[in-house]
Design a protein around this ligand. Structure first.
Ligand SMILES: [Cu+2]
Length: 405
């Protein structure tokens, strides 16, 4: 019996080792579907997101290594920000990609260079323009990249994605910056030698320390002995820590201190010009939005699971002087276009009137992105209804309803 158990155990261990050693297939999503639907819908909404001027989610964009491309669009922190989350105060607009296959070269928020986080608030709208460049050559469909709005204490909220194919050779990638002190450096390789060297030094010392205390000594193999040694004793009686070990400890400490001191002096001479860590945070100027010409009162939503169609009922009041037309329904990173995936029973709201509208959005993404909160604690559906008046002005009205069972 023991023999069998031993054999089975060895087999399981061997297969686990093979599985762990085998190369892993690249992940094909970013885990966004794991976030609750109400959280993705009720926090922020992305619209007009484009890559190189084409709407997100269409054809893959192809760039060579070092080739530049842009991601532009608008994101709004919705008024329906859930009270379960902390107030949105600090945000960071960036790009999410599988690893670092692209780099951000420049980022504008509301027209201003924005390398760091911004101070944000509910109801505010941010226009972003991100200049990127290809860094790592892709395989298959390419790298799937999205704009992302990381909000302090709430998490990262993802916008619509698009494939980017990067072609050429990884080795050709350069990330050159001009120095104020003259000359240019390639950030991709700058200082890499010392980084590798110091990692190797500390890794070697760490490994030597670990092996010294575990392999020749009974610290692990005779754990009951080690554990029975009182806390403030070095266990010399049990033959655990000897005088020689104390000498080893002192020598190790001296070695580390000498390396630290030597490296400190070396870096001071090699890199005399230094900058402190800098933080550049600011509150973006509000985006000029078109004057309000409509208000919205949301009623209820229902979901037809078979048709994968979500219907939201809202009352829209046109307070303007020209007829208003519904053009889009936007939720988290998804946009439903009228006549495409959005159907309405009344697409025009005459000036001065209130019209009850049923908006029906049909997409398999309700299911695949787990947006319909039938299984969740907050059965809320939130989105933005996009309207255009006769003069071409646009209003974006946030609509939040319960989901009827
Ligand atoms: Cu993606």
């Amino acid at each position: 019996m023991r023999k069998v158990i031993r054999k089975v155990g060895a087999l399981v261990a061997a297969s686990a080792l093979v599985t762990l050693a085998a190369p892993v297939a690249p992940a094909n999503a970013h885990g966004e579907a794991a976030q609750e639907g109400w959280l993705r819908m009720g926090t922020v909404a992305f619209w007009d997101v484009e890559i190189n001027g084409q709407p997100m989610g269409e054809a893959a964009v192809e760039v060579p290594v070092n080739g530049e491309f842009t991601v532009t669009g608008t994101v709004k922190v919705l008024e329906t920000w859930p009270e379960q989350l902390e107030e949105p105060e600090l945000g960071f607009i960036s790009i999410v990609a599988p690893g670092p296959p692209v780099i951000i070269k420049e980022r504008l928020v509301n027209g201003k260079p924005t390398p760091h986080s911004i101070q944000i608030e509910k109801g505010a709208v941010y226009n972003f323009e991100i200049l990127l460049a290809g860094r790592r050559v892709s395989t298959g469909n390419g790298w799937h990249i999205h704009p992302i709005f990381a909000i302090h204490k709430a998490g990262s909220l993802i916008g619509p994605g698009n494939y980017v194919k990067v072609t050429g050779n990884d080795g050709d990638f350069k990330h050159e910056v001009a120095l104020k002190s003259g000359g240019t450096i390639d950030l991709e390789r700058f200082g890499l030698g010392p980084v590798i060297l110091f990692n190797l030094i500390w890794f070697t010392i760490g490994m030597a320390w670990m092996i010294y205390w575990t392999v020749p000594k009974p610290t692990v193999t005779r754990l009951p002995v080690s554990l029975s040694v009182p806390l403030n004793s070095d266990g010399a009686d049990a033959g655990l820590i000897t005088k020689k070990d104390h000498q080893f400890c002192n020598a190790s400490m001296a070695l580390v201190l000498v390396i630290l001191l030597g490296a400190f002096i070396w870096q001071g001479q090699k890199y005399p010009d230094k900058l402190p860590l800098q933080v550049l945070r600011y509150k973006p100027e509000p985006v000029a939005m078109d004057a309000s010409f409509a208000t919205l009162d949301a009623d209820i939503s229902t979901y037809d699971a078979e048709a994968q169609a979500l219907t939201m009922t809202v009352d829209i009041t046109n307070t303007g002087t020209t007829d208003a037309k519904i053009t889009q329904y936007i939720t988290s990173g998804d946009t439903y276009l009228l006549g495409d995936t959005l159907a309405v029973d009344n697409d025009t709201i005459p000036a001065g009137e209130t019209v009850t509208v049923n908006l029906t959005m049909t997409s398999d993404r309700w299911d695949t992105e787990r947006l319909v909160p039938t299984q969740e604690t907050r059965p809320l559906i939130t989105g933005v209804v996009r309207l255009e008046d006769g003069a071409g002005n646009e209003n974006f009205l946030t609509a939040s309803t319960f989901l009827a069972r």
